[in-house]
Design a protein around this ligand. Structure first.
Ligand code: BES
Ligand code: ZN
Ligand code: ZN
Length: 539
C-alpha cells in the first residue's frame, strides 16, 4: 500500500518510498580510481581562431575545421584515458557544445566501466546554469544507459572566476532536481533510478563542501514543493498540506501553527473563509516562523496561494484540463519549501511563511456571483466571479503579513490564466512598484536560473478593480491585463510603505521540462523556491 501523504523528511523527501534516493558523496582523490559504473568528465567547446587568409577557406583542410566550427577541448588526462577514443570523439560530431554528450561503453577506465563526456559549450560563456543543465544531461544519460552509479571528475570543470561553492551548488541542484520522479501511486521504474554519484576533486576545497550542502538543501526543497504540487487534490487537502508543513519543520528551528476554520473566522479573514464555504474540506491557515537573526530585524514574509483544488466554484471551469487545478497550491508549496530550506541552511534572517489553504468548490454554501464579503482590513468585495478566488484568499493573508512589520513581502500564486497567455512557461511575471525590490529580485533570480519578468502595475489597473456595490470587485471592469488587474487587487491589501512583490506563477508552476532539462516534463516545477531562498541569502 502506497499513499499516505509523504514527502517531508530527508529520506522520503521527493521520492516514492520504494525508490532509492540519489546519494551524492564528495571526496578528494583521483576520479578514475573511484569505483562506479561510469566516469563523467566535462569538455568545453574549442573555437579555433581564424588564421587563414582570404580565399583560403575552401581549399585548406585546417580551414575546413574552422568552418565546421568548433572542436571539443578534452583535458589531457581524459585524452590519456581514452587513448584512441579521443580521436573518435574529436572526429565525430561532438564539439563540446552545451547539451552534447558522448557515451563510451566498456572502456574499463580505471575503476569505472564506461565513460561519459559532457559538453559545456565555450569557456567564455560558462556560467552556473551551464552546470545545472549539464547535470540534467548526466542524469538523463545515466538513466538511458541504466547505470546506477557514476563518478564526476570535478577537476574537468573549467577554471573561471565563478567561485567553487557557486558552481558546485548548481551542479548538485541539477543532479537532485533531475532525479525527481513522482511515483507515489505508480510502481516506480527502479531499473533507471540512479543511486549514487561520487563527486571527486583532486583538491576538495572547503567551498565545494559548502556548495554541496546548499545545493542539497535547496534541491530537496524544490523536490518537496514539486511533490506537494503533484499530489492530487484528494491526497493534498488543506489539512494534509498543514500536516506536511508541520512535518517538514521537525528537527529545525521552524515554528509552525495551523489555524482551523474557527480561528480563521475569529481573525476576521472573511474573504478567505468565504472561498472555503463551498467545500466539505476545512480551510487552514498555515503560519511558519523562522528566527535566525535578532528580534529587532524585520522579517521577510512569504505568502503563497494554497488552493488545493480550484473547480472555479459556482463560476465553474470547463472540464477539459480541470484536473490541472490540483496545482493551484504551487505558490503555497513554494512558500512551505522555502521556509524549510531557510531553516535548514540556518540563514541569518527572520522569515515568516503564510499559506491560506482551501478548496474552491460549488457546494451549497459556496460564494455566489454578486455576493459581498468583508476582508480582514474591513474592505468590502463583490464576488463577481467565484473562479477569481486566489485573490480572495491572498488578500487576508497579505493583511496579516502587513501586521508582522515586515522588511518585505513576497507572494507567489497561480493567480491568472492571463499570465500564462502573456509569458508562456518561460518567465514568471512579477509585479512591484518598488524599484529597489525589483533590482533585488532580478539579482536573486539571475543567480538561480529561474526566469522572471517585471510586469506593469499602475493606478489604472487599480481603478479597474473598483466595485459597484462594494469597495472592490474581484474581477476587472476593464478589458485585458488580467494579471495586472489581479495584482492591483492584491495591492489594496498591502500597506503602501511596505516593499511588496507578487509573482504570478500560473505559467511556470508545472510542465516546464521542455524548457529546463532538470524540470519534469509533466508535473510541478517547484518554481520560485530557488529564487526565494536566494533572496533570503542575499538579505
Ligand atoms: N487558478 C486560476 C488561474 C490559473 C488558470 C492558473 C490556468 C493556471 C492555469 C485562478 O483561480 C483563476 O481561475 N483565475 C481566473 C480569473 C478570472 C475569472 C478573472 C482566470 O485566470 O481565468
Ligand atoms: Zn479560479
Ligand atoms: Zn485558482
Amino acid at each position: 500500500m502506497k499513499s499516505e501523504a509523504k514527502g517531508s523528511s530527508k529520506s522520503e523527501s521527493s521520492q516514492h518510498a520504494s525508490l532509492p534516493e540519489l546519494k551524492l558523496e564528495l571526496s578528494k582523490g583521483r576520479a578514475e580510481e573511484t569505483k562506479a559504473d561510469v566516469l563523467v568528465v566535462f569538455a568545453t567547446k574549442k573555437v579555433e581562431s581564424k588564421k587563414a587568409g582570404k580565399g583560403d577557406k575552401k581549399s585548406s583542410p585546417s580551414a575546413k575545421a574552422v568552418v565546421d566550427g568548433a572542436r571539443a577541448e578534452i583535458s589531457n588526462e581524459v585524452q590519456r584515458l581514452l587513448g584512441g577514443g579521443a580521436d573518435e570523439a574529436t572526429a565525430s560530431s561532438f564539439s563540446g557544445g552545451a547539451g552534447e554528450s558522448l557515451f563510451f561503453r566498456q572502456q574499463s577506465l580505471g575503476a569505472a566501466r564506461h565513460l561519459l563526456v559532457i559538453g559545456l559549450g565555450e569557456t567564455k560563456s560558462f556560467e552556473v546554469e551551464t552546470l545545472r543543465q549539464a547535470a540534467a544531461h548526466i542524469m538523463s544519460q545515466l538513466k538511458a544507459q541504466k547505470c546506477k552509479s557514476a563518478t564526476v571528475n570535478l577537476d574537468t570543470v573549467p577554471h573561471t572566476s565563478i567561485p567553487g561553492d557557486a558552481w558546485m551548488q548548481a551542479l548538485v541542484e541539477g543532479l537532485h532536481m533531475s532525479a525527481y520522479q513522482f511515483a507515489e501511486f505508480k510502481a516506480a521504474d527502479k531499473s533507471s533510478a540512479v543511486e549514487k554519484i561520487n563527486l571527486v576533486s583532486s583538491t576538495r576545497p572547503k567551498s565545494l563542501e559548502k556548495g554541496l550542502h546548499a545545493g542539497e538543501v535547496i534541491a530537496e526543497a524544490v523536490n518537496f514543493a514539486r511533490f506537494l504540487g503533484d499530489m492530487p487534490g484528494n491526497r493534498m487537502t488543506p489539512t494534509l498540506l498543514g500536516e506536511q508543513a508541520q512535518k517538514v519543520a521537525k528537527g529545525t528551528k521552524l515554528k509552525v501553527s495551523v489555524w482551523d476554520k474557527a480561528k480563521i473566522k475569529q481573525e476576521k479573514m472573511g474573504s478567505f473563509l468565504s472561498v472555503s464555504l463551498g467545500s466539505s474540506q476545512e480551510p487552514k491557515f498555515i503560519v511558519m516562523e523562522y528566527k535566525g537573526a535578532a528580534s529587532s530585524k524585520k522579517p521577510i514574509v512569504f505568502v503563497g496561494k494554497g488552493l488545493t483544488f480550484d473547480s472555479g466554484g459556482i463560476s465553474i471551469k470547463p472540464s477539459a484540463g480541470m484536473e490541472e487545478m490540483k496545482y493551484d497550491m504551487c505558490g503555497g508549496a513554494a512558500v512551505i519549501a522555502t521556509l524549510a530550506a531557510i531553516a535548514k541552511l540556518k540563514l541569518k534572517v527572520n522569515a515568516v511563511g503564510l499559506v491560506p489553504a482551501t478548496e474552491n468548490m460549488p457546494g451549497p454554501s459556496a460564494n455566489k456571483p454578486g455576493d459581498i464579503v468583508i476582508a480582514r482590513n474591513g474592505k468590502s468585495i463583490e464576488v463577481n466571479n467565484t473562479d477569481a478566488e486566489g485573490r480572495l484568499i491572498l488578500n487576508d493573508a497579505l493583511c496579516y503579513a502587513c501586521e508582522l512589520d515586515p522588511a518585505v513581502i513576497l507572494d507567489a500564486a497561480t493567480l491568472t490564466g492571463a499570465m500564462a497567455v502573456a509569458l508562456g512557461n518561460l518567465h514568471t511575471g512579477y509585479f512591484t512598484r518598488h524599484d529597489k525590490l525589483a533590482t533585488k529580485i532580478a539579482t536573486a533570480a539571475g543567480a538561480t536560473g529561474e526566469w522572471v519578468w517585471r510586469m506593469p502595475l499602475t493606478d489604472f489597473h487599480a481603478k479597474d478593480m473598483k466595485g459597484t456595490y462594494a469597495d472592490l470587485s474581484n474581477i476587472s471592469s476593464g478589458k485585458g491585463a488580467g494579471s495586472a488587474t489581479a495584482a492591483a487587487f492584491l495591492e489594496q491589501f498591502v500597506e503602501k510603505e511596505i516593499p511588496w512583490a507578487h509573482f504570478d506563477i500560473a505559467g511556470t508552476a508545472w510542465h516546464t521540462g521542455d524548457r529546463w532539462p532538470y524540470n519534469p516534463r509533466k508535473g510541478a516545477s517547484g518554481v520560485m523556491v530557488r529564487t526565494f531562498v536566494q533572496f533570503a541569502m542575499n538579505e
